[in-house]
Ligand binder design. Structure first.
Ligand code: ZN
Length: 249
C-alpha cells in the first residue's frame, strides 16, 4: 500500500482485528454482488469505500424513478441508464482504486456459475427465488461463502451460508427449492427505504469480515429484523442432511 492508501484506509488499519494485513486482504479480494438495487446499493458502496480489489455487479435493469427512494447508488440524472453503468459512476467517484466489472444481464444458472467461480465472496442482493437458488447452487459447487439478504415492507432477513465451515447449511437447507414460496416484490408490497440500507450494510460487513478473516459470521444463523418495532432476533439454522443441493457433498 502506498501513502495515499494507508491514509484512505487508516481507520480500518487502526482496528486490531483488521490492521494492515486485513486491509491488504480486502484490497486483494474479489466480490460478486448480484443486484444493484436496494440491498446492492449500500453493500457495493461500503465494499468500494473499504477498498475491495474487484467488484463485479450483475443487474439487467435500468434506473427508474421509483428506485431512487432507496437505491442510493443511483441518482435522478441517471434515470434510464443501466444500473450497472450508473453504479460504476458512483463507485468510481467514491474510490477510483476499485475495479468495477459490469454484467448488465439477468444471470441465469449458466451465467452465474463462472461468475461465482471467479468471485471469492458472493452477496445475494437479488429479489427473486429463482436467482437465489441458482446462486446458492453455484456457491455450494464452488465452495464460495454466500451472504444473503432480503427486505420487503418492514421485514428483513440476513444470513451467511459458508459451506467451507463443517456442518454449515446452505440456502436450500433453509428454503427448499421445492417449496412453493412466492416472491414478495417491493414493487407490489413496498419497502421501508432505510431497511434496505440496514441489511445491505450488514451484508457488506459480513463480506468484509470474511475477506479480512476478522470475527465470526452469521454462518448457521438467520437474523430476522422487524424495522417497525426495531427488533431483531437470531435463530440457529441446521443443515438438512437430505438437502438435494448440499446433501451429497
Ligand atoms: Zn443445503
Amino acid at each position: 500500500m502506498d501513502d495515499r492508501q494507508l491514509q484512505r484506509y487508516s481507520r480500518h488499519i487502526l482496528l486490531e482485528e483488521i490492521g494492515i494485513e486485513g486491509q491488504q486482504r480486502i484490497s486483494a479480494s474479489r466480490m460478486l454482488v448480484i443486484g444493484a438495487g436496494g440491498l446492492g446499493s449500500p453493500a457495493a458502496l461500503y465494499l468500494a469505500s473499504a477498498g475491495v480489489g474487484r467488484l463485479t455487479l450483475v443487474d439487467s435493469d435500468r434506473v427508474d424513478l421509483t428506485n431512487l427512494q432507496r437505491q442510493v447508488l443511483h441518482s435522478t440524472d441517471r434515470i434510464g441508464q443501466l444500473k450497472t453503468a450508473s453504479a460504476r459512476v458512483a463507485l468510481h467517484a467514491l474510490n477510483p482504486d476499485v475495479q468495477v466489472i459490469e454484467v448488465p444481464r439477468r444471470a441465469g444458472p449458466d451465467e452465474l456459475d463462472p461468475l461465482v467461480a471467479e468471485g471469492e465472496i458472493v452477496l445475494d442482493c437479488s429479489d427473486n427465488f429463482a436467482t437465489r437458488h441458482a446462486l446458492n447452487r453455484a456457491c455450494v459447487r464452488h465452495r464460495r461463502p454466500l451472504v444473503s439478504g432480503a427486505a420487503v415492507r418492514f421485514d428483513a432477513q440476513l444470513a451467511t451460508f459458508d459451506r467451507r465451515v463443517d456442518g454449515a447449511p446452505c440456502y436450500a437447507c433453509l428454503f427448499p427449492e421445492s417449496s412453493d414460496a412466492q416472491d414478495e416484490r417491493c414493487s407490489t408490497f413496498g419497502v421501508f427505504a432505510p431497511l434496505t440500507g440496514i441489511v445491505g450494510c450488514m451484508q457488506a460487513a459480513e463480506a468484509l469480515k470474511l475477506a479480512a478473516a476478522a470475527g465470526v459470521t452469521l454462518s448457521g444463523q438467520l437474523m430476522i429484523i422487524d424495522a417497525l418495532a426495531m427488533q431483531w432476533r437470531t435463530l440457529k439454522i441446521d443443515r438438512d442432511p437430505a438437502c438435494p443441493v448440499c446433501g451429497a457433498g
